[in-house]
Design a protein around this ligand. Structure first.
Ligand code: BYC
Ligand code: FE
Ligand code: FE
Length: 473
């Protein structure tokens, strides 16, 4: 598509009256060719002209958000969807509690709000960039299709944030929207904003860990923004959450299948050696878990954060499921958490508003634990005595108060000296050898119904399709 093409409701499914909003149409018409350019140069390598069996959101109704058909990725209809407006909605937390929510950007919070939207928006294309080479080594057509499903939906999430920037932030919103297509994951000069989104996901084990742990940060951040008193942001994020569930499913079920296969191969080998059988052994899975979980913990920001306090006070970013709590102003209340005082870990009460990043992270950790419990059930059911564990929230941190002890805290949360840490690190985090080994396993399997050696087949097909369905043709 070239510049000047008229964007109709047909090209961009939407429920924001795009065809009736000339100003927005013009802005998106200018941005859309840049997006397609970006998709072609930074999106999935290869496969662009293949038919992929994808889900497209065509409306927010229950029968409209999961429309399955074969599409070529560049023809995917990236749409703009907001959950329907709830009339009379009020701020339900923060300093403006009880007053009507905003349909326009509140002037005094403009910068804070724009920063939240840009940070959210930046992660979406970043993840597509991180995953762009994975198609070449997919363990099955089923997995290949899931990768592309995640990729096009992250593309749609970018559209969602760009819609907000274009509609509500005028010229600087348009500039920010352009920059979202200019930063590059892992680039030293113009990196993506948040740490984890500059890390390579160079193979499928990292991809599954990423969708398990990093997309799950997406779930919690989006849920906190879905509470927003800036109503268009809340409505946008609520719809994005419906898609996020599938991304986490890809990660959780992906690792579960790798664990299952590890157990099978362990038993098949005379010495119980999974690697001898071309599989990924459980201790290696634990190392990648440690890596991606801790990178994702960093995404919640500092444990004590005035930014978090400001966003809550302003009513822009709430807690996870704010309605579950009794009190919504958080003045005078505290949160008990571990903090670092003169090199020691102590448990302390921290003023609640400044602790909100940690409050959200705590909810996230519980959710991760539920997933790890299900993996352990798979391992247990296979008759193998091994347990995967979430490491301490202080281990391997690069953001927040624990980052000062970055290479001194063990996965159990103990402070040790740097040399002891360094000596044990190869058993905690992936080594260069682990990377080489995992990559050596990444041989593509593109025959319908067939799986790579290191992963078990899924329990059922997408949309209940049979195991040998040709998801990509
Ligand atoms: N890396 O007060 P602080 C998703 C910066 S994932 C680098 O501690 P704050 C997805 C911070 O920006 C969800 N820098 O933290 C998943 C600040 O910088 P400035 C993404 C970091 O601001 C998979 C400084 O440190 N959505 O959707 O309370 C695939 C001090 O900040 C990091 C959001 O994140 C980091 N990890 O919280 C696809 C929601 N952490 O201003 C998609 C929007 C902090 O001093 N973002 N910094 O230069 C936010 O709510 C907040 O910005 C954060 C940070 C939670 C990220
Ligand atoms: Fe997303
Ligand atoms: Fe996602």
């Amino acid at each position: 598509m070239t510049a000047g093409t008229v964007l109709t409701d047909d090209k961009i499914p939407n429920n924001v009256n795009l065809s009736g909003d000339k100003r927005l149409q013009r802005a998106l018409e200018a941005w859309q060719p840049a997006f397609i350019d970006w998709w072609k140069t930074m999106g999935p390598v290869g496969w662009q002209q293949k038919d992929i069996f994808l889900r497209t959101a065509v409306s927010v109704e229950t029968d409209g958000w999961a429309h399955f058909d074969y599409v070529k990725m560049p023809d995917y209809r990236w749409g703009i969807f907001l959950e329907p407006k709830v009339e009379g909605r009020l701020h339900h937390f923060g300093d403006n509690l009880g007053t009507p929510v905003w349909d326009e950007v509140p002037g005094e919070f403009r910068n804070l709000l724009r920063r939240l939207i840009v940070t959210q928006g930046d992660t979406e294309p970043a993840s597509v960039e991180q995953q762009r080479d994975l198609g070449a080594t997919a363990p099955s057509l089923y997995d290949l299709r899931n990768l592309f499903q995640v990729n096009v939906e992250e593309g749609r999430h970018l559209w969602a944030m760009v819609y907000l920037l274009h509609t509500y932030f005028g010229r600087d919103g348009r500039e920010e929207a352009d920059e979202l297509l200019q930063r590059r994951s892992g680039d030293v000069d113009k990196p993506r904003i948040l740490g984890a989104f500059n890390e390579p996901t160079s193979h499928w084990l990292s991809f599954f860990m990423f969708t398990m742990f990093t997309d799950r940060d997406g779930k919690y951040q989006l849920a906190a923004l879905a509470e927003s008193g800036f109503d268009p942001l809340a409505r946008t994020c609520r719809f994005m959450l419906t898609e996020e569930a599938h991304h986490m499913f890809v990660g959780e079920s992906g690792i579960q299948r790798v664990c299952k296969r590890a157990c099978e191969l362990m038993k098949a080998d005379a010495n119980g050696e999974v690697r001898a059988q071309g599989g990924i052994d459980l201790p290696t899975i634990q190392k990648y878990l440690n890596l991606w979980y801790t990178l994702s913990l960093d995404l919640f920001g500092g444990e004590v954060s005035s930014n978090a306090a400001d966003a809550y006070a302003a009513g822009l970013k709430g807690r996870y499921k704010e309605e579950r709590y009794d009190e919504h102003k958080l003045i005078g209340s505290t949160f008990a958490m571990d903090v670092l005082r003169e090199g020691k870990i102590v448990h302390e009460d921290v003023p609640m508003r400044t602790a909100l990043n940690e409050v959200l992270r705590t909810e996230y950790i519980k959710d991760c634990q539920r997933g790890v419990d299900r993996w352990n059930k798979t391992i247990h059911d296979a008759g193998v005595a091994f347990e995967l564990k979430l490491p301490s929230n202080k281990f391997n941190r690069q953001i927040g108060m624990w980052s000062t002890l970055n290479k001194q805290i063990t996965p159990d949360g103990q402070i040790v000296d740097a040399s002891a840490w360094a000596a044990a690190a190869p058993s905690w985090l992936p080594t260069a050898e682990d990377e080489t080994y995992i990559k050596s396993l990444m041989k593509p399997v593109f025959e319908p119904g067939k799986m790579a050696s290191w992963i078990a087949p899924p329990l059922k097909g997408i949309n209940n399709l049979p195991g040998d369905f040709e998801y990509v043709r």
